[in-house]
Design a binder for this molecule. Structure first.
Ligand code: C5P
Length: 257
């Protein structure tokens, strides 16, 4: 048996991460942020002075991805209204804020498009989701037994770009979130302001352009591009509140459990 799996995919700033955290909290499930893994690999390269935009560095970045030890620890606070927070560790060092800088954001899509990087990350996150333990991936099984923090929970919510299409292809529930890019830009700016980020000084148009550029790169890359899985439910959140979108997903998960 494996945990109940909820896969949430969608473009940048579609509300995946907030939605996924709240769904996990409501269901008592674990939460796995796969974007954090690509961000860690990007940070690792930048810290070592390896320029991700230079194609000569692809094999070095692939090696960094394979060596990186990445751990996530999500805290589900007692108060109902508090959003669960995830701390991210790269080689045992807390990099939770370092991976959210605009420099990492700028380079992450290029890193995430490297096939060998995707292979390493998919292997690491699948081990956490305990996917295909019986059938394929013996390596995953090994990793799962050594580092599976998710086992104490009955299920997990994983968010990213390719969870439904290639990471957890047999997920019990797949959701594809979409929202108008202007709405997403406004939401992203609000979040940047709240976090006191320097990027909060950008205007909506710049943020929207950056989001659209990242979407384009995620949608058109050769390996596991961003797209809705055939068996995913598409949820347009442009006119929904976070509570409304969380409700839809929780209800559907409970119905399928
Ligand atoms: O979700 P987040 O913005 O942190 O993801 C950062 C980047 O990582 C995305 O822009 C995308 O390029 C990449 N990514 C991916 N596949 C995933 C999750 C993230 O390619 N499953």
């Amino acid at each position: 048996t494996r945990p109940f799996q909820v896969a949430i995919d969608g473009p940048s700033a579609s509300g995946k991460s907030t939605t996924a955290r709240l769904v996990a909290k409501r269901l008592g499930f674990d939460y796995i942020d796969t974007g954090a893994f690509y961000r860690c690999v990007t940070l690792s390269a930048l810290q070592k002075g390896v320029d991700p935009s230079d194609s000569k560095n692809i094999s070095r970045i692939a090696a960094l991805a394979s060596d990186a030890k990445i751990d996530l620890k999500t805290e589900f606070h007692a108060s109902a209204s508090t959003l669960p927070t995830t701390r991210v560790f790269l080689d045992s060092k807390d990099v939770s804020s370092d991976i959210r800088t605009s420099n990492v954001s700028k380079h992450v899509s290029v890193v995430a498009a490297i096939p060998a990087v995707r292979q390493s990350v998919v292997q690491k996150v699948r081990a956490l989701g305990a996917e295909d333990i019986d059938s394929s991936a013996k390596e995953s099984k090994q990793t799962a037994t050594t580092s599976a923090p998710s086992s104490s929970r009955a299920g997990l919510v994983m968010d990213g770009r390719d969870i439904g299409t290639s990471v957890l292809t047999h997920a019990d529930l797949k959701v594809f979130l979409v929202a108008d890019s202007h709405v997403r830009a406004v939401r992203r700016l609000e979040e940047l302001r709240k976090n006191g980020s320097q990027d909060a000084l950008l205007d909506v148009k710049q943020v929207q352009e950056d989001l659209e550029r990242r979407d384009e790169s995620d949608r058109t890359r050769a390996v596991s591009p961003l797209r809705k899985a055939d068996d995913a439910i598409e949820l347009d959140t442009s006119n929904l509140t976070i509570e409304e979108q969380v409700d839809v997903i929780v209800k559907e998960a409970l119905r399928r459990q």
